[in-house]
Design a protein around this ligand. Structure first.
Ligand SMILES: Cc1cc2nc3c(=O)[nH]c(=O)nc-3n(C[C@H](O)[C@H](O)[C@H](O)COP(=O)(O)O)c2cc1C
Length: 172
């Protein structure tokens, strides 16, 4: 597991190689296996495997999403605000499970932050995405996880990356 954590990097350039259905299936299983406060499971996942839809999603905010234009697969992670007051936490864990299972499958991912991001001065990124994906207003989008075969390898982390001063024992 730790080896996988050292290896994982954010990938924003993908090849055109299609992702095998079994791999996508296992990634989505990982999402559904994430823990959930009070076992409420407020997260909803939308797999987008149409390039033209990802292209539309790529303009959901001014910065940090444009690479979706050239991405074939993404998973929208959204929470039902009527079901849980901690949907953010639940969705963040599920999104992380998606990223880690994808890495395990030999794929790359990148988290695209949506919550608290704006499409423009009048509209949130979430509301822009809701219209494209026909989502009800009780769903808030936490993030889009771009997924695909990596176009080039990024160097994994090593121990020099670890900010060990952030670990405290018994008191801060
Ligand atoms: C909460 C969160 C939001 C992020 N939002 C974006 C984003 O909107 N666009 C993007 O390209 N990367 C985004 N990232 C990826 C970070 O930039 C990346 O994780 C960070 O630079 C560390 O690099 P690494 O993932 O390769 O270790 C986000 C990551 C997290 C955890």
């Amino acid at each position: 597991m730790l080896e996988l954590f050292y290896k994982r990097r954010s990938i924003r350039k993908f090849t055109d190689t299609p992702i095998e259905a079994e791999k996508l299936e296992r990634i989505l299983q990982a999402a559904l296996l994430a823990p959930s406060s009070k076992s409420v499971y407020p997260c909803e996942f939308i797999l987008v495997d149409k390039k033209e839809i990802n292209e539309k999603l790529s303009t959901c905010k001014p910065h940090g999403a444009s690479f979706l234009r050239n991405t074939a697969y993404s998973i929208i992670v959204a929470g039902d605000t009527n079901k849980s007051d901690v949907w953010i936490e639940d969705c963040a864990i599920a999104a992380t499970f998606i990223q880690l299972q994808a890495e395990q499958e030999g794929l790359g991912t990148c988290w695209i932050q949506i919550r608290k991001r704006e499409y423009n001065e009048e509209q949130s990124a979430t509301s822009y995405i809701r219209k494209i994906l026909k989502m009800p207003t009780n769903l808030q989008v936490l993030a889009i996880i771009a997924v695909g075969y990596k176009d080039g390898e990024k160097t994994g982390r090593d121990e020099t990356h670890l900010k060990k001063e952030k670990i405290h024992r018994n008191q801060f």
